[in-house]
Ligand binder design. Structure first.
Ligand code: 5RP
Length: 234
């Protein structure tokens, strides 16, 4: 079993009968969703789930996981999602897959937010790591200009050559499920900014920025897949 699978499967244990569940996006929580699909086949388990992306919605549907929406649900008992980086105080960078806005909206509605990662995602701090930032396409050049006044390096995320619907992939911006663009920005002067939470506030105050991939003070439990198995941090 690989480390992502170890973490993803372990986290499925938190899902109990009758729960409303948020399902994250990515290759680690993929294993949580597969495990949930298996449990639905083998146990008398009734749950309703809200997916954080069209990709996860498709996967959940293919496994027969019942889906709901925020029209019918206000709180979620548990939300399980991956991350691109996790600090010792459980601050996260998310958005590697471009689902950060829906992921944050879903995680903010969680009674318990569980993060699943392999041990390569554990970092001491975010220095030098790219932070995904969702921005509106209109006048995106000017939004990027505003971000660049304190970012050391930034790039508009482009579609991957083999992405679904990528015709002239290399020259087309990646578009989120919300119809927005994503900028990946590095902040070499993190120390002078203060903290990830301050950086998030600073970025959110810029016109054109919709959301950032900085998830601070949100994770309740982190499940880390490593060679020895799953380690659980609370
Ligand atoms: C998607 C995300 C993912 O959760 C994050 O990128 C981790 O993905 P993976 O588990 O595939 O490494 O934030 O927007």
């Amino acid at each position: 079993m690989n480390k992502k699978q170890t973490a993803g499967q372990k986290a499925a244990e938190w899902i109990k009968d009758g729960m409303k569940v948020g399902l994250g996006t990515g290759s680690t929580v993929y294993y949580t969703i597969l495990e949930l699909g298996e449990r639905l086949k083998n146990e008398r388990l009734q749950i309703d789930a809200i997916p954080t992306s069209k990709e996860t919605e498709k996967l959940a549907q293919s496994l027969g996981i019942p889906l709901t929406t925020f029209a019918d649900v206000t709180r979620l008992d548990v939300v399980i999602d991956g991350a691109d980086a996790v600090t010792p105080t459980y601050d996260l960078i998310k958005g590697g897959g471009g689902a950060l806005l829906r992921e944050k909206l879903v995680a903010k509605s969680a009674d318990t937010f569980i993060v699943v990662v392999d041990d390569s995602k554990q970092v001491n701090d975010f220095k030098g790591l790219p932070i995904p930032i969702e921005i509106v396409p209109f006048a995106f050049q000017t939004t990027m200009q505003r971000i660049s006044t304190f970012s050391s390096e930034l790039a508009l995320r482009m579609k991957k050559p083999n992405a679904v619907g990528a015709v002239n992939a290399v020259n087309e911006p990646f578009v989120t499920d919300n119809g927005n663009y994503v900028v990946d920005a590095k902040f070499a002067h993190m120390d002078s900014i203060g903290s990830p939470a301050k950086l998030h506030e600073k970025l959110k105050s810029l016109t054109g920025v919709v959301e950032t991939g900085l998830f601070t003070g949100m994770a309740d439990i982190v499940v880390v897949g490593c060679d020895e198995g799953a380690k659980v941090f609370r």
